[in-house]
Design a protein around this ligand. Structure first.
Ligand SMILES: Cc1ncc(COP(=O)(O)O)c(C=O)c1O
Length: 409
């Protein structure tokens, strides 16, 4: 069989023959991507990572400076200033005690590593009988085998379900009653509880409140389960606070996506003193058996250091608060028979429709109106860059409203 030339690249999450031809992006600047001479405001920050837009001079200069010195070296038996400085900065920015950083090359690998750390921690604590992993229904933690097993997005991972490498993943509804019931039933055998705090992204931009996190924190402590916050999407300012982990402290947190300002793929898995302690023992063999080749990549670490500086310099906390207010002003009164709910938190707004079919044509409609949006299931959402201008954000909101307004019932 002869395949057409575009099949040389295997594209993600798409049927390769039936998919729409990909947009040919030639350059990017600020919050805009350019497909030839057509400018598109990126309403989803390139899968939520481009928090400062594209080609920000501050990030580009940091990358160029670092590239001139050292673009990569392994972290086995070697260390370097960008990784050391980033680990130090994370220990300063995160709550006290969360200060031992393992670097990974992507969010999925970061979550996978966090689960391995929790497993080894329980082993060293003499709790071999703990074999169950608790996570939230509609959670998403990546596409590797174990992260799929603890995720709950059948539209993405359903085909692999029969091959789950971990038979005992308990998916818990994000309500106080369900959480209490899950701990009562499985708490004593629970290895850990992994969840996306406050905002479950790929499972449909579902939101819950801090009090649920506080309850899970209390029950994890009571039952001896390791609490893991997957802040790959929520960390680095997306919801207002720099980290949700500053509101409720987990035992392990994973950061990714916006960590490097979206310039390079990287993740930081930060463990507490308590979790790290049994690994730091006079017992040979107590090593974490994980080591991605590109972990602690100097370019990624330099970009992350610059991204945190930029976060503070550009007043991103205030910007996210302003984005949240504007999203509420411009979207929350939208009404349409197809709309089930509108959810807004920090720099994230989601319009949930009755069914994915209600959003048919939404992506194309947005492109025609100069905005890049990519619905997830029945959710039309935006997670814009923090540096978006009010005018650009108005254009995104107008497109989201316009799609429903022009949908013929
Ligand atoms: C919460 C969460 N965890 C993990 C991941 C996986 O990250 P990556 O795509 O870098 O592997 C994602 C990606 O969307 C995510 O949203």
């Amino acid at each position: 069989m002869i395949f057409p030339p575009q099949t040389l690249i295997w594209y993600p999450y798409a049927q390769q023959k039936l998919m729409r031809a990909p947009l040919q992006i030639t350059k990017a600047q600020g919050c805009r991507l350019f497909a030839g001479d057509k400018a598109l405001i990126d309403g989803i920050s390139s899968w939520w990572c481009a928090a400062y837009g594209y080609n920000h001079p501050y990030l580009i200069e940091a990358l160029q400076r670092q590239a001139g010195k050292l673009s990569h070296v392994m972290l086995a038996g070697i260390t370097h200033a960008p990784a050391q400085k980033l680990a130090e900065l994370l220990s300063e920015l995160l709550p006290p005690g969360l200060c031992h950083t393992f670097f990974a090359d992507s969010g999925s690998v970061g979550c996978e590593t966090a689960l391995k750390i929790a497993y080894q921690y329980q082993l060293y604590a003499g709790a071999q009988q703990r074999s169950k992993i608790l996570s939230l229904k509609h959670g998403y933690h990546g596409d590797t085998m174990l992260t799929m097993a603890v995720s709950d997005v059948p539209s993405m991972h359903g085909i692999y379900q029969a091959q789950s490498p971990w038979g005992q993943c308990i998916k818990v509804e994000a309500t106080a009653e369900a959480v209490q019931a899950a701990f009562a039933a499985h708490g004593r055998e629970a290895l850990c509880f992994i969840l996306e705090p406050l905002l479950q992204g790929a499972g449909g931009m579902r939101m819950h409140e801090v009090k649920l996190l506080k309850l899970i924190r209390r029950l994890c402590t009571q039952y001896g389960a390791v609490l893991i916050f997957d802040e790959v999407a929520t960390g680095c300012g997306r919801l207002g606070p720099l980290f949700v982990s500053s509101l409720v402290t987990p035992d392990i947190v994973i950061l990714g996506k916006a960590l490097t300002g979206g310039c390079l793929g990287h993740a930081a898995v930060v463990a507490s003193d308590k979790i790290f302690a049994p690994f730091y023992a006079e017992i040979p063999g107590r090593a974490l058996m994980h080591g991605p080749t590109f972990m602690g990549n100097p370019l990624a670490c330099a970009a992350a250091l610059a991204a945190f500086e930029l976060y503070f310099k550009a007043g991103c906390k205030e910007r996210v608060a302003a984005i949240e207010s504007q999203l509420k002003r411009e979207l929350s009164d939208l009404q349409h028979p197809d709309i089930v709910q509108i959810r807004i938190k920090g720099a994230c707004a989601c319009i949930e429709a009755k069914a994915p079919s209600c959003l048919q044509g939404a992506c194309e409609y947005a492109l025609e109106h100069g905005v890049l949006l990519r619905p997830i299931g029945a959710c039309l959402y935006t997670l814009p860059p923090y540096l978006i201008s009010p005018g650009e954000l108005t254009q995104i909101c107008a497109v989201m409203r316009g799609f429903f307004a022009e949908t013929v019932l």
